[in-house]
Design a protein around this ligand. Structure first.
Ligand SMILES: [Zn+2]
Length: 441
């Protein structure tokens, strides 16, 4: 197991705990985005359900012979296509970029492995719309149902047990339309934070008997839950069903409620080195990473807006806040201005953009493809935060400017939560961020 998880020591700990039957009922996989947490969670689900007999007396660790990726047992076959009834995935995730990257890999490699990669990338999204999560108070799932049906039909055409490349142009067309359907599904129906009704539905599901050996509920970005959802989830963790394992993931362990943390064992995922990240791009996506390109930045190649344009929009936003606060008679922030000018100078097209007038939030969001996928919004705020950090590190801020910069940093982080936890629109979040920033000067 874990053959597809590259350069993460946590996998040997997890494999060992699974093989010895010591995996706790609730665990947390903690690490940066794109560090392999979901890959690991899905492998845990597969390994716990594998029906193949264990080979006693194998040399090496007990984990070595368990649930190999090539296992042909009926359970593993379903898990490899992410179509096992004992697997449920909830929580927000940016799926669309990985779908695009996997589609490109499939087009390049035309192998069974790449076909699985693509189908899995799509199901990582559609699993979040399982009928098991349906709730009377929420029409979103039923509205998404026709789209899901179209996607499943498309996947059917790419069935790994058939040979899709007998007619290459037909397969390429099928892949292209699946990518568009997946993007539509994510943009229109995926929640930015886990709703309480889904927590309740997922908990009820976990209490039902498994179809096979074990049920696994994966809760992604467990830090992005509103209070009601957190409390409902905490109740489930307090009395976990015996036939289920909860696998939580987070990129911000510090933002997970301490009462939840105290009920899970954490497995830490490390930031991979540059060489290891290129290895993932090469081995998994059959592509070459640029020098210094992380897996996250590799995925960003598939954004509808180039990362430099997003960074430039962030700089323009900050420039607008500075210009307006001067207009309102507030005192200038020289170190911030200098850091911003340096940022404009470093970005392609920055010099021209720096001379444009202060942009409206709505105009910015429209230029950024309405911040769909949401990764665009997070990159936008990250580019604002970067200038603030540069200014703070320049060593030329006085006490007043330092105080302004730290309150701006806090406001920018809150603006990320406003969208990803509280489902506020990016335009409203940026409008209130601009107001908060000007008031803090
Ligand atoms: Zn198996």
């Amino acid at each position: 197991m874990f053959e597809n998880l590259i350069a993460q020591n946590a996998k040997s700990l997890l494999a060992d705990d699974i093989a010895r039957g010591r995996l706790p009922p609730s665990i947390l996989l903690s690490g940066s985005p794109a560090s392999g947490k979901l890959t690991a969670a899905l492998e845990i689900a597969r390994a716990l359900s594998c029906e193949a007999p264990r080979h006693a007396g194998t040399v090496g660790s007990p984990a070595a012979s368990m649930a190999p990726w090539g296992c042909q047992c009926p359970s593993c076959r379903k898990h490899k296509e992410l179509a096992h009834p004992d697997l449920l995935v909830v929580g927000p995730r940016d799926c669309a970029l990985e779908v695009r990257a996997a589609a490109a890999a499939f087009a390049r490699a035309r192998s069974k492995a790449a076909q699985y990669l693509f189908i899995r990338s799509v199901r990582k999204l559609t699993l979040r719309f399982s009928p098991q999560l349906a709730d009377e108070s929420d029409q979103r799932l039923s509205k998404a149902a026709p789209l899901i049906a179209d996607i499943e039909e498309g996947i059917e055409e790419l069935d790994p047990s058939r040979d899709p490349w007998s007619d290459a142009s037909k397969a390429e067309k099928a892949i292209g339309s699946l990518v568009l359907l997946a993007e539509k599904l994510e943009a229109e129906f995926l929640y930015d934070s886990l709703p309480v009704a889904q927590v309740r539905a997922a908990s009820s599901w976990a209490w039902l008997s498994p179809a096979g050996k074990k049920k696994v509920l994966v809760v992604e970005n467990a830090d992005r839950m509103q209070e009601g959802a957190r409390n409902a989830f905490l109740k489930t963790l307090e009395e976990p069903p015996s036939n289920a394992v909860f696998v939580l993931t987070t990129a911000r362990r510090g933002a997970v409620l301490p009462t939840i943390l105290s009920r899970v064992r954490t497995y830490a995922f490390v930031d991979r080195s540059e060489t290891e990240e290129s290895e993932v791009v090469e081995r998994v996506f059959h592509d070459r990473a640029a020098t210094g390109e992380s897996l996250s930045s590799y995925f960003n190649r598939f954004l509808p807006v180039p990362p430099d344009a997003i960074a430039l929009a962030g700089a323009r936003f900050l420039g607008g806040v500075l210009a307006r606060s001067i207009d309102e008679g507030r005192r200038p922030l020289p170190a911030t201005r200098a850091a911003l000018d340096a940022r404009f100078a470093a970005l392609p097209g920055g010099d021209a953009a720096s001379r444009l007038g202060p942009p409206e939030a709505g105009e910015l969001v429209a230029q950024l493809a309405k911040c769909q996928p949401r990764a665009i919004y997070r990159l936008f705020v990250a580019s604002v935060l970067r200038v603030l950090r540069d200014a703070l590190r320049s060593g030329s801020t006085d006490a007043r400017e330092t105080a302004v910069l730290s309150s701006w940093t806090k406001a920018a982080r809150d603006a990320v939560d406003a969208v990803s936890v509280y489902n506020i629109s990016p335009t409203s979040a940026l409008e209130s961020l601009a107001d908060r920033m000007r008031e803090a000067v």
